[in-house]
Design a protein around this ligand. Structure first.
Ligand code: TGC
Ligand code: FAD
Length: 393
């Protein structure tokens, strides 16, 4: 028999006291939209491997969620912490929905916002903020994921034009994008290009048969003699620091977002364990269950405290890339561990789409890999604390 009113895991941590009123209101509004627009459909989207991304982008844009922490050009200009809290709610619905927002706002829009010309910003940012234009971000290649410096996509000069050839792989939103930010080798190092996807020579075949991120579009980008004017190059950046500066933004959203998936797994599992009677009492009343639930509550709460701390640093313009790695490594690793542990408590029901747990666990496999694998982030942290780079030779 339950002896006390049960508290939600993050309630036990008193997390709300650390979030200001405006951010709580924004968070609750995003949660309500996810409850209304995504949760009723997500199992079907996941099962069919389709998602109405264009329609959703317009709705998310009308709520000010696309590029929400950027200033100007139709963007909402919120704090970084507010953006992180929105990511929690998006990813509590599904990592694919958070990915849609991350790639649009933190990768494609941020690249143009930070490194683009006035013309590029004026042309692309307002429609992207509104969700009327979709962007993608092409860094990874079939043979170069963790080591993007090795990329083979090449941009060569032809008169005043640029001509791009190469292949990008695993690109979120690729097949539905209106504009692709593509990173390529040039005689002058790595440069970024703003590529309208209707440019001749550009195609983006969809990658199918995924077991993870099924409610998200993932594509190859094929660039075959894509001719662009001089005005297509991002003028304000050269070298790998350009794309990596965008990854800092997206990784920040993920270090919050992943906790949303974990929270959804844990709250689902706590409720399930109250209802499910095994032998002669509820699953929740067994010590073995409570040990698991307590450890997961601690991991989730600690992850949220870390995320809010890093959010504070970012809002104070003090957040360093290796600190983002701390958050991405810990919070995604803990979230996937929570999802997998929750799956054990749901027994056979845990493998179905009727409960969100295995969907989140499968999604988190991608989240663990993209935006820098766990091992990459361990080595970034290792380099920060030893001064030695372990990446090469
Ligand atoms: P390294 O020699 O360390 O650095 C090259 C230049 O970049 C600078 N830099 C950074 N700048 C800004 N932010 C950072 N985080 C930076 N890290 C490094 C660095 O100072 C240097 O500048 P300069 O001026 O001296 O040239 O580069 P490296 O070749 O040794 O590589 C280091 C490594 C492995 C850490 C890096 O390449 C890496 O992070 N690899 C992982 C790749 C990755 O995360 N790809 C993600 C692709 S996008 C994606 O996955 C989207 S998923 C969809 C979604 O988000 O939902
Ligand atoms: P690899 O780099 O081949 O890594 C394989 C293994 O080797 C990993 O375990 C890795 O940790 C390990 N490893 C790597 N380097 C070292 C080392 N130095 N020492 C020891 N071990 C090492 N990319 C984009 O550019 N844009 C996108 O929008 C995008 N969206 C994605 C969406 C999804 C669903 C997925 C799954 C991926 C997406 N990616 C995207 C690609 C993603 O960023 C890469 O998959 C990721 O960077 C890892 O690269 P890789 O898959 O080539 O793995």
């Amino acid at each position: 028999m339950a002896t006390k009113n049960a508290q939600a895991p993050l309630e036990l941590y008193g997390i709300d006291a650390l979030i200001n009123e405006d951010d709580r209101a924004m968070r609750d509004a995003v949660r309500a939209v996810m409850d209304d627009r995504v949760r009723p459909h997500i199992e079907a989207w996941y099962e069919s491997g389709t998602v109405p991304a264009r329609e959703l982008a317009k709705e998310l844009g009308s709520l000010g969620l696309l590029g929400m922490h950027l200033q100007g050009y139709g963007c909402a200009g919120t704090s970084a912490t507010a953006y992180g809290l929105a990511c929690v709610e998006l990813e509590a619905a599904d990592s694919g929905i958070r990915s849609l927002v991350s790639v649009q706002g933190s990768l494609a829009m941020f690249a143009i916002w930070k490194h683009g010309s006035q013309e590029q910003k004026q042309q692309w940012l307002p429609p992207m903020a509104a969700g009327e234009a979709i962007g993608c971000f092409g860094l990874t290649e079939p043979d170069f994921g963790s080591d993007p410096a090795g990329m083979r996509t090449r941009a060569r000069r032809d008169g005043s034009d640029w001509v791009l050839d190469g292949t990008k792989m695993w690109i979120t939103n690729g097949s539905i994008a209106d504009v692709a930010v593509v990173w390529a080798q040039t005689d002058d190092g790595i440069r970024g290009f703003v590529v309208p996807t209707d440019t001749p020579g550009f195609s983006a075949p969809k990658i199918t048969s995924k077991m993870s991120l099924r409610a998200s579009v993932t594509s190859e980008l094929v660039l075959s003699g894509v001719r662009l004017p001089e005005s297509a190059v991002l003028p304000n950046v050269r070298g790998l620091g350009g794309p990596l500066s965008c990854l800092n933004e997206a990784r920040f959203g993920i270090l919050f977002g992943a906790l949303g998936a974990a929270r959804d797994c844990l709250t689902t599992t706590i409720a399930y364990s109250q209802d499910r009677r095994i032998f002669d009492k509820p699953l929740a009343a067994y010590q073995a269950t409570q040990l698991k639930l307590a450890d997961m509550t601690v991991a989730l709460g600690n992850g949220m405290l870390l995320a809010l701390h890093l959010g504070k640093l970012k809002d104070a313009h003090q957040l360093r890339p290796e600190q983002v790695s701390l958050g991405k490594l810990n919070n995604v690793r803990e979230s996937i561990a929570i999802a997998r542990q929750c799956r054990t408590l749901l027994g056979a029901n845990g493998i179905t789409l009727e409960y969100p747990v295995m969907r989140h666990a499968n999604n988190l496999e991608s989240v663990l890999t993209y935006e820098g694998t766990s091992e990459v982030h361990q080595m970034i942290i290792g380099q920060a604390i030893t001064g030695h780079s372990a990446f090469r030779g």
